[in-house]
Write a protein that binds this ligand. Structure first.
Ligand code: IVH
Length: 694
């Protein structure tokens, strides 16, 4: 690794900024290898040298310190995500049976495929289908070496460090074959889920909607210490690759897995006929409400493993197994009233307030009614008894009205034509499903929703500014506009005295706000909550204009549709006239410009990293073999900063193959495809001086 670069004292501002960018990328890369994959590429001394150089540059150029500076992230893995893992054997999904007929057909198909005589019995295991997320554990010589999520079935994420924190997952297995991959489901028990959400309520953090989402969020934490606190469970239910046969039947396999210390679900049953399968299904459905974890159905699996082998798979599902899902749980309850919520853009959304009812493992008190037409179509009225349904992750729905129970004298619901909050007119343009409040700036509901959007995760991501706090601070006239958030530090005394706040909580919030005073331009644009400007469009705008001033100047000039500014604006990738119109309308409104100006005085907005134009812009490059003058990571970072795409394998789409020492199959493949190969020196020459300083 070349750290013997320009001495820090000799760097210009520009060079220093570039070097900080390069170091942030490199350190993040090494952190990932070290923490997520436990496979470092450099020794500690080389790693420390990178960090020291980063610190030295930051000390001399404090104004250039990056928001994602490695110095602020000691030891914590990077926020970029997890390394990808290719599964030795694909992780399959399951076909579905919806009724008894489908189950009969499944068994018949199995018999036909195997060509069994009528007298020959087929043993089939019925297992609970755990509603969690699947995980593949790889043991080499009895030691857990890798844990991967399912991903797309072929490639998942390496979450080894996290999986090691689960008590249910043994680190070592005595007497295991030299290679053993165990697959199963990670889940969160109802008790653990309740405890987690209680802690989150206390900390004013958003709640997880169900145990499965919580399990998934907990397993995919970049910091394994967080996973460790989350009390996740695991049930093993199948095998991936294995160096030796383990059993002759699936039930034998489960027994062996259990003997090795892996938890196996106790409710599996061996069945000998369709009737027994259906009885197992009915039985499990009965028990479902009493289990401390979610199950969403039952899985039937042919017991004999040699038969499983013969049956094989169709597309990505095995022929030897099928899932029989439980129907979405339904319940009857009384619809007390219909409330209208007003969104950030003024959309009026009807919500059904229900007498509390326990369904699908949770107590439901609200259900979505979608929109005006939906209420009319189902003729849903206040006071009605309704059937509600809750399936998986989705918000509970009102399925239908129980007409027999409709109270006498009820009248059809009249959807309001005025905003329930600010009383302005609410209009519904022709052809649209949604009615909107026209109150704009005077509507406090819209203002509060805009603030919630402003502090939300993908916008300013301010921890400690949950819904309740925003509503309180708004009501008390403390935060009325986004800029007020950045003025809060002048009101520390007020905050400390608020009910349920105190010093600690106020200081935490103020610190979280301070961290956001320097923030990417694209997230600022997104945070403004302009109609149709989502994250992707915000990013395009930030790239295209580079600074807030340039953006405002261009959008203001674009009010004239004959201007070049207008032509440029609608020409931005995927933008188009419709979106441009909303953007122009936003900045044509003087109040919006005031809000933006007021806000921007508190902020340093970072321009997106620009990609340089170079000889290799847009080209696809593959590095292979050992590079002598730079590390692989460095070569990749340089190539990318010059606009090239770095690929892991050679194909017809490859433009350059850079061949280092001891290159193997990739160099050969490049030669076979007749691609240009370059030595390391030729490559450095091609990227020239640009590359040398990148
Ligand atoms: S067997 C080839 N058994 O359901 C067989 N899957 O819809 C693959 N699941 O991705 C899976 N409980 O995440 C199997 N007892 C069980 C299961 C189970 C839950 C999940 C698993 C899989 C999904 C398929």
């Amino acid at each position: 690794m070349s750290i013997d670069r320009t001495p820090v004292e000799d760097l210009s501002d520009r060079e220093a900024a570039k070097e900080l960018l390069r170091l942030a990328g490199l350190i993040a890369h090494h952190d990932r290898l070290y923490y997520a994959r436990s496979a470092p590429e450099v020794d500690d001394a080389a790693y420390d040298a990178l960090r020291l150089r980063n610190q030295a540059i930051e000390a001399r150029f404090p104004h250039l310190k990056r928001a994602d500076s490695p110095s602020d992230r000691v030891g914590a893995p990077i926020a970029e995500g997890f390394a990808k893992v290719r599964h030795a054997r694909p992780m399959l999904s399951l076909g579905n049976a919806f009724d008894a007929e489908d189950v009969t057909e499944f068994v018949a198909r199995v018999r036909r495929f195997l060509g069994l005589d009528e007298e020959e019995a087929v043993a089939i295991i019925a297992e609970p289908k755990i509603d969690g997320l699947s995980l593949s554990l790889r043991y080499e010589n009895g030691r857990l070496v890798q844990a991967a999520t399912r991903g797309d079935g072929a490639e998942g994420e390496d979450i080894t460090a996290n999986a090691r924190t689960l008590r249910d997952i043994p680190d070592q297995i005595a007497d295991a074959p030299s290679l053993l991959e165990v697959r199963g489901e990670v889940y969160m028990s109802h008790a653990a889920f309740a405890r987690l959400n209680e802690r989150r309520t206390a900390a004013d953090l958003p709640l997880y909607v169900n145990p499965r989402n919580a399990a998934s969020g907990s397993l995919r934490q970049l910091d394994a210490r967080i996973t460790a606190e989350r009390e996740l469970g695991f049930f093993a239910y199948s095998l991936g690759e294995a160096s030796a046969p383990i059993a002759e039947t699936h039930s034998g396999l489960l027994t062996q897995l259990q003997a090795w210390g892996l938890p196996v679900n106790p409710l599996s049953k061996i069945c000998g006929s369709v009737d027994e399968l259906l009885a197992a299904y009915a039985d499990l459905q009965q028990r479902r409400g009493n289990l401390d974890y979610d199950i969403d159905g039952i899985v039937y699996k042919v017991d004999r493993l040699d038969w499983q082998e013969r049956l094989g798979q169709v597309s990505r599902a095995p022929r030897w197994a099928i899932a029989h899902k439980f129907p979405a749980e339904q319940a009857e309850t009384r619809l007390e009233r219909i409330d209208i919520q007003v969104g950030r853009t003024g959309a009026l959304t009807p919500v059904a307030r229900l007498a509390p009812v326990f369904v699908g493992g949770v107590t439901v008190t609200n259900a979505t009614l979608h929109n005006e037409d939906e209420i009319a179509r189902k003729d849903i009225r206040e006071g009605d008894t309704v059937v509600i349904q809750r399936a998986g992750d989705v918000i509970p729905q009102v399925v239908r009205v129980v007409l027999e129970k409709r109270p006498e004298g009820s009248t059809p619901y009249a959807f309001p034509h005025t905003c329930p909050v600010c009383k302005s007119e609410a209009v519904r343009p022709d052809g649209e499903a949604i009615r909107r409040c026209t109150g704009g700036l005077i509507c406090s509901a819209q203002a509060v929703e805009r603030l919630k959007h402003f502090v939300s995760r993908n916008a300013f991501d301010i921890e400690g500014m949950g819904t309740k706090r925003i509503e309180e601070l708004w009501a008390d006239h403390i935060v009325r506009s986004p800029a007020d958030i950045f003025r809060l530090k002048d009101r520390r005394a007020d905050l400390v005295q608020r009910e349920r706040w105190g010093e600690q909580s106020a200081d935490n919030l103020l610190a979280a706000i301070d961290e956001r005073r320097t923030w990417p331009l694209e997230r600022f644009i997104f945070a403004l909550g302009i109609r149709q400007i989502g994250q992707a469009t915000a990013k395009l705008l930030a790239r295209a204009y580079g600074t807030l001033d340039a953006l405002i100047a261009a959008v203001t000039a674009a009010q004239d549709q004959d201007s070049d500014a207008y032509a440029d604006l609608i020409n931005i990738d995927q933008m188009g006239k419709d979106v441009a119109a909303d953007l122009i309308a936003f900045f044509a409104e003087p109040h919006n410009c005031e809000v933006v100006a007021d806000l921007s005085q508190f902020l340093t907005l970072e321009a997106p990293e620009t990609v340089q134009e170079s000889a290799i812009s847009g080209k696809t490059v593959v590095f292979t073999g050992t590079l002598e003058r730079m590390t692989r990571a460095e070569a990749k970072a340089r190539a990318e900063s010059l606009g090239a795409k770095v690929a892991g394998s050679v194909s017809k789409k490859t433009d350059y193959v850079v061949v280092g020492a001891d290159a193997g199959s990739k160099a050969k493949k490049a030669a076979d495809l007749g691609l240009a190969t370059l030595s390391e020196d030729e490559w450095l020459e091609l990227i020239g001086r640009e590359g040398a300083s990148a």
